[in-house]
Write a protein of this length. Sequence first.
Length: 371
Amino acid sequence: MIPAAAVLLVLQQTLSLAAIAPDRSPRLTTTPTPIVAALGRCADPWGTRPPLTGTVRAVHPDRLRERFGRSIAARDWATVFAGASAVIDTTLDAVGGRGAAFDSVRRAFRAAADSTAIGLAKALQRPKSELAAALAELDINQFRPVTNLGGAIVILQSNRLPLGIVLDSTRLTADQFEAVCWSGWSLHRLLSNVNFETIPGALARVEAQERRWERYRTQGPMQLPHEMTLNRLRRFVFPPHGAARFNPPVFDLVAFHPFAGIELVRTDNGVARSESIAAELGGATVWINDWQQHIGASWVLAYDPDGRIGRGPLVRLGGYVTAGVLARKDAGGKSRKSLLINIDALRLLKPDAVPQSVRQAQSIAGEVIAR
């Protein structure tokens, strides 16, 4: 047993000396790489407990949430953002004064926070339906730290500063880097909460636009492929601006649109009915009342069964039936007026289309016969 104990003691002594002796392996380095990497991450601290002490504790997102809890619960976002900006200003001043690099970051951060606070207070006074557009003008994502293509941490990227402000951990102290990083995440979190309240309004706008497109598709006049191409080209040459980019067109061209119709021709003995093949040579359709109604007019050529040509305007007042007044000469050379009725065949596929079209046609015919 004595030799075994001696061997054990020698082995323990060897391991102890190996742990104490410096390892001269080329894999080790004297540069504080792990510390720089930890600073450079600038991860979102949300959900982590703020430190119990320290200057930058006040700008931790959880700490600011506790401090302004009542205003957050009341959704008084202007007060919360202004108060958080004041706390951040105080904290940045407390860790400043140690290098020109941090002073430039602090000035840029303070200017962005002050301008956003003023813009946010004005935006919150606008209707809910306009809040999302107002927030977009403020570049509310500028306070979120991100990594650029070069691998550097940047903040305050906006339309005014496309490249943002670089957070160089080698030129900032640990407190300075952490203060800017946490401050950015805190303001980004608050602005995200404000933006979250725009979701109901955004959904309402999307639904309203969907209804507009559905009315435009189902209640408007039929467009042939060449007309759709023509109107698409016109929209490309004269692009809409603002919200009109997402809405249906308010103006459509009609060109060389053939159709079959019914003519009610005034004769010496009353009114005669005949079939007609016609074509709208050119015209336009205009949508009004939030795409709930459309009106239009075009110039028409129509052939009766005897091959005589009638010319005249066609008026479209919405619905399933359009009517035009034509003039042509009869077999005796006498000018005759006729009423051309056009029924949109594609829209007759709707379940309630036939009764409505019949009623409208009967109403138009009744007016002609009465007069």
